[in-house]
Ligand binder design. Structure first.
Ligand code: G3P
Length: 220
């Protein structure tokens, strides 16, 4: 499973990139607004830090406006994937511009039927939101499994990006379900490293080594 960071924060992206396991970035209007830098400028900066697919989301809601925004976002950098919401206008934009080679991430997907529409429109990525379904007492991970089955049945090439992942357990479950990509807030990526037995084991290894090779010999 590819690992993306779900952030527009440059410090988090630099840190994530330095670990050598980062495959891409997703942003959305809320994440861009948090950084206080205009969308196109922030996307350019992100593209300088991470070499991988970078999702940049339109803010227009009508297809004709979305199309203009999509052209201008796609021009920013070859790694930009234009993100549109899973609405009639978003699907229409995806269907039209995918044929011209623009890559789309269709976001805010909450049902398998919606994911079918994204694939039929030729989306490069579809983003089902796991945590937000859990929030309303629906099993978010079931949606990932259902989409994987449907796409497998018909050989759709659209990649399934598990979004709204809130914990290391979510990440492992998304990978088990076969999601092509998981996008993680920085905090969740950082937590993914942790295991108390790793810390305990390393501590013991170093103590044992130091006892033999580095301890100052006791006089006499
Ligand atoms: O980028 C969209 C998604 O990952 C949002 O996650 O935690 O706000 O539901 P969350």
């Amino acid at each position: 499973m590819k690992i993306f960071l779900d952030t527009a924060n440059l410090d988090e992206l630099r840190k994530g990139a330095s670990w050598g396991i980062l495959d891409g970035v997703t942003t959305n209007p809320s994440l861009i607004a948090k950084e206080g830098i205009p969308l196109e400028e922030q996307i350019r900066r992100i593209c300088d830090i991470v070499d991988g697919d970078i999702s940049a989301e339109v803010v227009a809601t009508k297809a004709d406006e979305m199309i203009k925004e999509a052209y201008s976002l796609a021009k920013l950098h070859p790694n930009v994937v234009v993100k549109v919401p899973l609405t009639r206008d978003g699907i229409q934009t995806t269907a039209k511009l995918s044929k011209e080679g623009i890559r789309f991430n269709v976001t805010l997907c909450f049902s398998a039927g919606q994911a079918l529409l994204a694939a039929k429109a030729g989306a490069y990525i579809v983003s089902p939101f796991v945590g937000r379904l859990d929030d309303i007492s629906q099993e978010g991970m079931t949606l990932i499994r259902d989409i994987m089955t449907i796409y497998g049945n018909y050989g759709y090439q659209t990649q399934v990006l598990a979004a709204s992942l809130r914990s290391p357990l979510h990440v492992a479950q998304a990978a088990q379900a076969g999601a092509h990509i998981g996008t993680l807030p920085f905090k969740v990526l950082d937590m993914l490293f942790n295991h108390p037995l790793t810390d305990k084991g390393l501590d013991q290894f170093l103590k044992d080594y130091t006892k033999v090779f580095q301890e100052t010999p006791v006089a006499g």
